[in-house]
Design a protein around this ligand. Structure first.
Ligand code: TYD
Length: 200
């Protein structure tokens, strides 16, 4: 049985490193795993990503482009892969739109819910790994990066709201999430991930 798994968390939470390990571990257990990301995952989606991460735009445009990229991603990649029996792991999905565009930028939550309904009423992740970390820890980790994109350049108050947005999504639908305390050491986070791999 195929599964759709998403990784979420604010910039600097460490999710991308853990995602690579998680996908390799599933592959070692014989699963056919496709790793993808948002915004992106298709040629058009990657072009939209380039704009979204670098160009100034209104928050409505930003939300619509995130969902436009997502529509393409679902139709071109996610659904065909799931139908072919593959496991799909996406570095971010709609929870990020609620956290960043909704809570972070202040885009109306109901409008985002409408977009979510339009774009993927029939699809939700089977499991979302949410890497939760205090804003100061995430900021500290990001400070090693040489170039920061438009989101990573935001201030701490933006990220406090983003974190709150993720918590709100988890509260609305707790059974879909595994919340990982990403402030812990790499080894401890991996131990938690191993438990998750075993359970699925
Ligand atoms: P990210 O996934 O952190 O990639 P990298 O590790 O290469 O920096 O970057 C994507 C950025 O896009 C991230 O800052 C969050 C933002 N984003 C949104 O604001 N809304 C969304 O719906 C998605 C999918 C991403």
């Amino acid at each position: 049985m195929s599964k759709f798994i998403t990784f979420e968390g604010m910039d600097g939470a460490g999710k991308s490193t853990h995602l690579a390990w998680f996908a390799d571990t599933l592959r070692q257990r014989g699963l056919d795993v496709v790793v993808t990301r948002e915004p992106g995952g298709t040629p058009l989606g990657e072009q939209l990503r380039e704009m979204l991460l670098n160009q100034t735009m209104s928050m409505g445009t930003e939300a619509l482009l995130m969902f436009a990229a997502r529509m393409e991603h679902i139709e071109q990649l996610i659904k065909p892969a799931l139908q072919a029996g593959k496991w799909v792991i996406s570095d971010r999905f709609s929870d990020a739109s609620f956290a960043y565009q909704g809570a972070g930028r202040g885009m109306d939550w109901d409008k985002l819910t409408q977009l979510e309904q339009w774009v993927h009423a029939d699809l939700q992740p089977d499991l979302t790994l949410f890497f939760d970390v205090p804003v100061e820890v995430a900021r500290e980790r990001l400070s090693n990066n040489v170039s920061l994109d438009r989101f990573e350049q935001e201030q701490s108050d933006f990220f406090e709201r983003v974190r709150g947005g993720y918590h709100q999504r988890v509260q609305q639908n707790p059974q879909r999430y595994a919340v990982i305390d990403a402030a812990q050491s790499m080894a401890e986070v991996m131990r938690q991930l191993e438990e998750i791999v075993t359970s699925i």
